[in-house]
Design a protein around this ligand. Structure first.
Ligand SMILES: *[C@@H]1O[C@H](CO)[C@@H](O)[C@H](O)[C@H]1NC(C)=O
Ligand SMILES: *[C@@H]1O[C@H](CO)[C@@H](O)[C@H](O)[C@H]1NC(C)=O
Ligand SMILES: *[C@@H]1O[C@H](CO)[C@@H](O)[C@H](O)[C@H]1NC(C)=O
Length: 510
């Protein structure tokens, strides 16, 4: 052991002993009805893409066209379609209080509308029954980057208002079949960043973009207009689903319906007035784009002024329908960025050019250009600032941290960096709650390693490691799973290292 390593070892031992003091909170500091969980999503988890009547979603089309950087597909993914029962046992053993997952629309209704696939229905009923049996709160997302390809082919999916009727009918099936046991529904996962990636840079299905904005090569699209159209349609479809739930199901099922939004915290790079204004503009474009229509009934003024006729507008009737069409917001959060004003010099604009800012991962880093910056450092305070901003700007709505986690190329079981990340972000959630923010739950992303958006199998987020080189996709608990388990089941406050007395044994599934 070299000198530097020995020094770190001593430091680590001290840190572990003193961890309770450093972290300073336990499960008991959160309300009893606050829930801690973890998540997955259908395409990223299930595999079995051509089994038991499932038809392709636009994810399948995208991956099979070789669009992922590692050319991977979700054909098998974590094989959750076959292993869900063991996985739900692991979830229960770990002590998770809630589980967030999504339904594959094309598994449940292979033609996009009409006949329900009995095998798809059975699969989700089995999962739900199993979760009920284990006493785990169920949070379902209806659309997590997973549109039936048949609807993309028929009318262009989220670019057409025809999706509103089909999405509402699909939601109707879900509420009717599962709503007796499921009380927490999210319509769509992060449509704001989703639309930018799907229709601006072409990095997510359906992979549309136009020059010069594509990061992948796109054969069709319009980066100047389509992200705005897709979010507009998504908001209308979401509101239609909420209306359906409130009129037809809410009295009996007593559940809640919300929508999810991608977030990062934006710091001004300098205190110049242009950077301060640019930072507010970034918040209006990232948060306000969805939340101003949902809370106040229309897009932010700054967006209307800058985007002009490329931003669709709401009719009076639509505005009334959308306003207040939520019971909570789900927040996906991973990092913070610095914002630097960038005067617009080009005629052709996309979302980023409309914001006219540069994002930087750090104060000294280079401008990020159009893509998300890489190697973003962890900033737990940023999550607290997001939560407090949403409270102030949007009337203290009920919030769930739907996704928060550490992605890493590192496959290690001893993921002390992830323990550190999760505990510090949970701490900043607690700080926000103590400052009056109405946060109801926290979900780590992800319960296990999955097929990841943008990165395929190159990035691991799991509390459980999945060996994707083994056809059986065995699962092994990482340190982070054991840490979370101690936190939840034993009211533990300290991060732990292997072999300490607070350690718990969690099972492996081969
Ligand atoms: C995108 O749509 C706008 C508005 O219809 C149009 O002016 C522009 O030429 C289109 N761009 C491309 C690349 O098709
Ligand atoms: C900007 O001003 C705030 C408040 O005075 C200060 O905390 C912050 O460090 C300043 N930021 C920069 C980049 O100078
Ligand atoms: C959890 O631990 C904290 C700190 O030691 C303690 O105050 C609290 O009473 C404990 N709660 C339970 C349910 O054991």
């Amino acid at each position: 052991m070299g000198g530097v390593t020995a020094f770190f070892y001593i430091l680590l031992s001290l840190w572990v002993q003193d961890a309770a003091a450093i972290i300073g909170f336990t499960r008991s500091d959160f309300a009893q009805d606050f829930v801690f969980g973890a998540g997955t999503s259908a395409y990223q988890y299930e595999g079995a893409v051509a089994e038991d009547g499932r038809s392709p979603s636009f994810w399948d089309t995208f991956t099979h066209a070789g669009k992922m950087p590692d050319k991977s597909t979700g054909d098998i993914a974590a094989d959750g379609y076959h292993k869900y029962k063991e996985d739900l046992k692991l979830i229960s053993e770990t002590g998770l209080e809630a589980y967030r997952f999504s339904i594959s629309w094309s598994r449940l209704i292979p033609n996009g509308r009409g006949a329900v696939n009995p095998k798809g229905l059975e699969y989700y009923n089995n999962i739900i029954d199993e979760l009920v049996k284990h006493g785990i709160q169920i949070h379902i997302t209806l659309h997590h980057v997973d549109l039936p390809q048949i609807l993309e082919d028929e009318y262009g999916g989220w670019l057409s208002s025809r999706i509103i009727e089909d999405f509402t009918a699909y939601a109707d099936v879900c509420f009717r079949e599962f709503g007796d046991r499921v009380k927490y529904w999210t319509t769509v996962n992060e449509p704001n960043i989703g639309a930018i990636a799907a229709y601006g840079s072409g990095q997510l299905p359906p992979g549309r973009c136009s020059d010069p904005f594509g990061i992948t090569k796109c054969t069709a699209g319009n980066s100047s207009t389509e992200p705005y159209i897709a979010v507009h349609t998504t908001l209308l479809a979401h509101a239609s689903v909420v209306k359906l739930y409130r009129e037809k199901y809410k009295a009996e099922q007593k559940g809640v319906v919300g929508i999810n939004i991608y977030s990062f915290w934006s710091y001004p790079l300098t205190n110049s007035s242009v950077d301060l204004k640019a930072t507010q503009r970034a918040k209006d474009f990232i948060f306000g784009w969805m939340l101003e229509p949902l809370v106040f009934g229309d897009y932010p003024e700054v967006m209307k002024n800058i985007v002009g006729s490329r931003l669709p507008s709401f009719t009076k009737v639509q505005s009334v329908l959308i306003k207040d069409s939520f019971d909570f917001f789900g927040i996906n959060h991973y990092y913070s960025l610095y914002v630097n004003d960038r005067p617009i010099e080009i005629d052709v604009r996309d979302f980023n050019a409309d914001m006219s800012i540069y994002y930087r991962a750090s104060r000294t880093g280079p401008p990020a250009g159009q893509g998300a910056p890489t190697n973003v450092p962890s900033d737990p305070k940023g999550l607290q600032l997001v939560l407090e901003y949403l409270k102030e700007a949007y009337g203290n709505p009920p919030l769930y941290v739907h996704e928060n986690g550490l992605g890493s190329a590192n496959d290690d079981l001893d993921d002390t960096d992830r323990v550190d990340y999760l505990s510090s972000y949970m701490g900043s959630t607690l700080d926000a709650i103590r400052n009056g923010v109405n946060v109801r739950g926290y979900f780590t992303w992800a319960f296990m390693d999955l097929f990841e958006l943008l990165a395929g199998y190159q990035s691991k987020y799991g509390l459980y490691r999945v060996d994707f080189d083994d056809v059986r996709r065995p699962r092994q608990p990482r340190l982070s799973a054991r840490w979370y388990s101690v936190f939840l089941k034993k009211n533990g406050s300290s991060p732990l290292v292997s072999g300490t007395q607070e350690d718990l044994t969690l099972n492996t599934v081969s």
